[in-house]
Every structure is written in structure tokens, then in C-alpha cells.
Design a protein around this ligand. Structure first.
Ligand SMILES: [Zn+2]
Length: 218
């Protein structure tokens, strides 16, 4: 791959107002207020963090992979990427990134894709789609199955071949790498910290991530 432009953050984790470690296989949802900074840290490296964003006021407005790709003229997400909603508005901006590339083409693993990609008997293994649904059922009752749309896979490497093919590769991330986003409106974040044991993207070894939030700077 071409060398990515890495841009570290100056924020101090000690000043964060929220600091939580999310084990692999678990889900997370929270509302980020406009101006808040949200960081996801790939603690052990090569993890895939399946993530969706919604307008907190009207969750029928949500992250749009196609609009985001078209607006920036690039398939990969990194510093400077504006995450565009289905209404064409900016939900969040990536303001720091020490990994350099994030995927929004590969989608989330599901019982169905576990069978198609790997083996029939993989159906009952954990999947991100199940984690998304369980997390919403537990913490956010007004969202459900119909709201699980094309997601972001932070730290995941899905390079596109010159012929336009998708390939799942070993991760580009490493221990301690992170991505940081600024909320440009009040948004709900929904995460499945991928439990997948069959995909080389995470080195067949799902690991925890750290989630931090800083208040909006005055
Ligand atoms: Zn997954």
C-alpha cells in the first residue's frame, strides 16, 4: 500500500470525560454531543471495529458510505474524512489517525456471511450483526434491524485491486494505533467490536479497544 499520512492527536487521555475498554465480541452505543471528540484505540493491533453513526435527533438520518466516498473522491477513510449522512450533512470529521486507513466497503460479519465466506457450520459463531442488534435491544430501543446499514470498519484493511475487486488483507494497524473523530452534530455511535475468528483482517484474534471522549473545546 502507499504510505498513509499519519496525524497524531494532542489530547491527553487523563483529561477525557469518558474512558472505557470494550472487549472483543461486545457492543457499545452512546450519544456524542456536537463538538465532542471520540477516540477509538486499537489496544493490541489489527482489530476491526464495526461502527455506525446516526443523527441523535432523527436516527433515520445516518452514516452513508456511498455519499462519504463520493464527496471525498476516495474509498478509504483517514484524517480529514468527513462522514456524510444520508441527508448530505456532515456527522463527524476524522481529526486524528495513527493507523492511516479504515474501510467502509467490507460490511459487517453476520451469521449468513459466516456461512458463505467460511463454512456452513460457522453459522452460530458470534457476528457483528448480532452484536449490533443485541446492543440496540439492550440500550437503544427505538433502533432495530432496519437501522443496520453499511458500516465503517475502523482499523480494517480491505484494499481494492486495479480491476475493482475487494480483498480482505491482514490489518494495517498495530498496538496503540487510534482514530479520533469530532462530532459535527449530536450523533449516536453504535459499535460492534468484531468477534470474528475466521478473517485475516484481525489476525484471527479479536482483541479489546479503548474508547475515550473529550468535551467540546470552548
Ligand atoms: Zn465482525
Amino acid at each position: 500500500m502507499t504510505t498513509a499520512h499519519l496525524s497524531p492527536s494532542t489530547l491527553d487521555p487523563k483529561a477525557a470525560t469518558f474512558d472505557h475498554t470494550l472487549e472483543s465480541g461486545l457492543g457499545f452505543t452512546r450519544v456524542l454531543r456536537k463538538g465532542e471528540i471520540f477516540r477509538i484505540v486499537d489496544l493490541e493491533g489489527n482489530q476491526a471495529v464495526d461502527t455506525l453513526f446516526y443523527s441523535a435527533d432523527d436516527p433515520t438520518e445516518r452514516y452513508s458510505a456511498v455519499d462519504t466516498i463520493r464527496e471525498q473522491g476516495n474509498l478509504y477513510l483517514t484524517t480529514g474524512t468527513r462522514l456524510i449522512s444520508t441527508e448530505g450533512r456532515v456527522l463527524l470529521t476524522i481529526v486524528a489517525d495513527t493507523c492511516g486507513r479504515h474501510d467502509t466497503l467490507g460490511g459487517a460479519c453476520a451469521a449468513e456471511s459466516n456461512q458463505v465466506r467460511y463454512a456452513i457450520e460457522k453459522k452460530h459463531m458470534h457476528s457483528c450483526r448480532d452484536t449490533f442488534l443485541l446492543t440496540l435491544a439492550r440500550d437503544c430501543h427505538h433502533l432495530g434491524k432496519r437501522d443496520i446499514t453499511a458500516n465503517i470498519n475502523f482499523f480494517m484493511n480491505v484494499p481494492v485491486t486495479p480491476e475493482g475487486g475487494l480483498t480482505f488483507e491482514d490489518g494495517v494497524s498495530g498496538p496503540g494505533r487510534y482514530v479520533e473523530l469530532r462530532a459535527e452534530m449530536d450523533v449516536r455511535v453504535l459499535i460492534s467490536n468484531c468477534p470474528q475468528l475466521n478473517n485475516p483482517c484481525n489476525g484471527y484474534d479479536p482483541t479489546p479497544v479503548r474508547l475515550l471522549v473529550w468535551e467540546a473545546s470552548a
